[in-house]
Design a protein around this ligand. Structure first.
Ligand code: FAD
Ligand code: DHB
Length: 389
């Protein structure tokens, strides 16, 4: 089999890249290790930056998002019980949209299926070959039979644990990493959300986040030590802990119910440099990880592939390599700004095991400054709603 761009991974990065290239008449094949049902069963990110919404619109997959997505003008911070709302629309004229990653993935999969494009699910043992030359190839096993896929370019959109970054010679890659000593325990529940907008809460006992997926479905998170296991957290224990970390009014309003999903996500900051190796490009979580606090993971994946699609389209339509030559530097500049913001949000909102009394006062001062300064509030608004590429 042969295609122009072989994409590894059918997460949001791979699917959106496939869609953007399809719209420019460029053929792609996606190889995905898991089944379609498995990919759609993962509960992950929930907040789309305005630029991501615009990009999905341009890609022609924005209808359901506009019908069902919830446009939020701002978010709230709750610091030791004191709430403050940041109104992004008033501060900078921008908004975010709450629409789950699962839905974005489903919309992109449906669009790809109805265009009759090839996605090979349950492709095992994917391996990358000759991407430092002009004729890269992928090999994979499907239903016990080995196959080869020849292509012009390979897009490594296979997430943090994927094979693409692992196939790059060690000495060609530099990585930067910070692992946090806690994770987020998330719960999905079919009850109306506790507030109209998201509440990011800092408390001595740890961080908490009140989010949502729809007017009748809530998503809540609490910070837990990395060593905790999901089985240790009954729904009752989760909600008792969440109530302690938010202000009294929020705690009283919280509607609880049986969880329909519960999982712990580790927190990590990670960046690989560069993101191009001959005819292989890395994008999304294959290239970088952010802690979820700034809601940037999915949005970064989207902006990476927007730049990559532009660059590849330039190759095919203008026979110019300028875009692919500058891809890595261009996206890394934005990636590092999102890394900075996610690290900063994580630092001010979580309780770190080694934070002393001085550190806590600094966190409180940061919150007081944020809420009293229009400049600081605008900076938060600008970063949260998404910086330009
Ligand atoms: P992925 O969505 O990881 O997609 C990669 C795809 O590649 C997967 O489908 C995988 O099965 C496939 N793949 C992997 N290896 C291979 C292989 N060898 N061969 C073929 N296919 C392969 N972000 C937030 O902003 N908020 C959150 O609450 C949040 N929660 C998260 C929870 C978890 C458990 C994780 C892992 C991430 C979370 N994120 C969150 C981050 C966000 O979901 C990611 O940034 C986003 O999914 C990145 O999209 P992607 O397409 O780059 O990678
Ligand atoms: C959600 C996840 C985030 O990481 C975040 O910052 C906001 C919301 C969510 O899953 O709803």
């Amino acid at each position: 089999m042969r295609t122009k761009v072989a994409i590894i991974g059918s997460g949001p990065a791979g699917l959106l890249l496939g869609r953007l290239l399809e719209n420019a008449g460029i053929e792609t094949v996606i190889l995905e290790r898991r089944s379609q049902e498995y990919v759609l069963g993962r509960i992950r990110a929930g907040v789309l930056e305005q630029g991501t919404v615009e990009l999905l619109d341009r890609a022609g997959v924005g209808d359901k998002l506009h019908a069902e997505g919830l446009v939020h003008d701002g978010v709230e911070f709750c610091f030791d019980g004191n709430r403050h709302r940041f109104n992004f629309r008033e501060l900078i004229g921008r908004t975010v949209t709450v629409y789950g990653q699962t839905e974005v993935t489903r919309d992109l999969m449906q669009a790809r299926d109805s265009s009759g494009l090839t996605t090979i699910y349950e492709a095992e043992n994917v391996s990358l070959h000759a991407f430092d030359g002009d004729a890269p190839k992928l090999r994979y096993v499907k239903d016990g039979v080995e196959h080869q896929l020849a292509c012009d370019f390979i897009a490594g959109c296979d997430g943090y644990h994927g094979v693409s970054r692992a196939s790059v010679p060690q000495d060609a890659l530099r990585t930067f990493e910070r692992v946090y000593p806690f994770g987020w325990l998330g719960i999905l529940v079919d009850r109306p959300p506790v507030a109209d907008e998201l509440i990011y809460a800092h408390h001595e006992r740890g961080f908490a986040l009140c989010s949502m997926r729809s007017p009748s479905r809530s998503r809540y998170y609490i910070q837990v030590p990395s060593s905790d296991r999901v089985e240790e957290w009954s729904d009752q224990r989760f909600f008792d802990e969440l109530r302690r970390r938010v202000n009294e009014e929020t705690a009283d309003k919280l509607l609880t119910g049986p969880s329909i999903e519960k999982s712990i996500a580790p927190l990590r900051s990670f960046v690989a440099e560069p993101l191009r190796f001959g005819r292989l490009f890395l994008a999304g979580d294959a290239a970088h990880i952010v802690p979820p606090t700034g809601a940037k993971g999915l949005n970064l994946a989207a902006s990476d592939v927007a730049a990559l699609a532009e660059a590849l389209i330039e190759v095919y339509t203008e026979r110019s390599s300028a875009g692919i030559d500058s891809y890595s530097a261009r996206v890394l500049s934005r990636i590092w700004k999102a890394e900075r913001f996610s690290w900063w949000m994580t630092s001010i909102l979580h309780t770190f095991p080694d934070t002393d009394a001085f550190g806590r006062r600094i966190q409180r001062a940061e919150f007081e400054y944020l809420r009293s300064s229009t400049a600081a509030s605008r900076s938060l608004a600008e970063n949260y709603t998404g910086l330009p590429l």
